[in-house]
Design a protein around this ligand. Sequence first.
Ligand code: NAP
Length: 277
Amino acid sequence: MASNKILLITGVSSGFGRALAQEALAADHTVVGTVRSEEAKRDFQSLAAGSAYARVLDVTDFEAIDGVIAEIEQSVGPIDVLVNNAGYGHEGVMEESPLSEMRRQFDVNVFGAVAMMKGVLPFMRTRRRGHILNITSMGGHITLPGITYYCGSKFALEGISEALGKEVKALGIAVTAVAPGSFRTDWAGRSMTRTPRSIADYDAIFDPVRKAREEKSGKQLGDPVKAARAMLAAIASDHPPAHLLLGSDALTLVRAKLSAFDKEIRAWETVTASTDG
Ligand code: NAP
């Protein structure tokens, strides 16, 4: 595959999407980024005339996605890499958070990403090449109280990525679920939706988590530019991973989870194995 690629990245106005777009442009790739306003479109295209293209698209506008992708294929060129980056965090105790918030969380983080994948797959499959990166989260492997809908959406996207990878590998298409730890983006700031508190029974478990997140916002360990470089390394690889953790926090927490999971499996192994026959 040529080293200069066409990347389609959702959500390039800030954070990981913006950093990845800028690093990819600096590495001579062509980037088509999705944004949600005409102003953001002009702003993005001004980054690099002739290689930075923007399209206005909300990823929950499911009816529009196939047309936007077909138009990009025709006017910009073959999409080598799709990066499903657009997403946000919902914070709120599950019992307090309306189902409508869960639907919105899954519409953006899961259904939007799947609709984008379904849009590019016919083209990638015909060419027998392509790479899809889904930005999940360490919250797609480990969980915290107060972000149940978010973790649910990211676990879903992890599972979908892994299973899809098995469906399309023989067709020349790779799928990588990228799971970042905590990074300095707008995620915990302007982008987060927070359900108001209503049940005092959850104060003890939830309030410290919300406070810690608010205090940490803007001072997280991870640098999105370094995450962008790591993603470009995965994009350049002949054998991209099915899962890529980003950040030492993600590494430590996911390893601890796997080891606790293994311990629990062992503790209950006899019961588990007792149901055969
Ligand atoms: P961010 O700076 O808030 O960027 C989010 C981007 O997604 C923005 O460009 C936003 O566009 C776009 N977006 C949100 N909803 C959208 C929708 N319905 N349709 C189209 N675009 C939409 O935060 P970020 O951290 O870079 O987030 C990128 C991804 O990383 C998300 O999937 C997030 O869950 C994941 N992630 C972040 C962290 C972290 O610590 N930062 C950790 C793990 C995973 P607007 O500007 O128009 O709102």
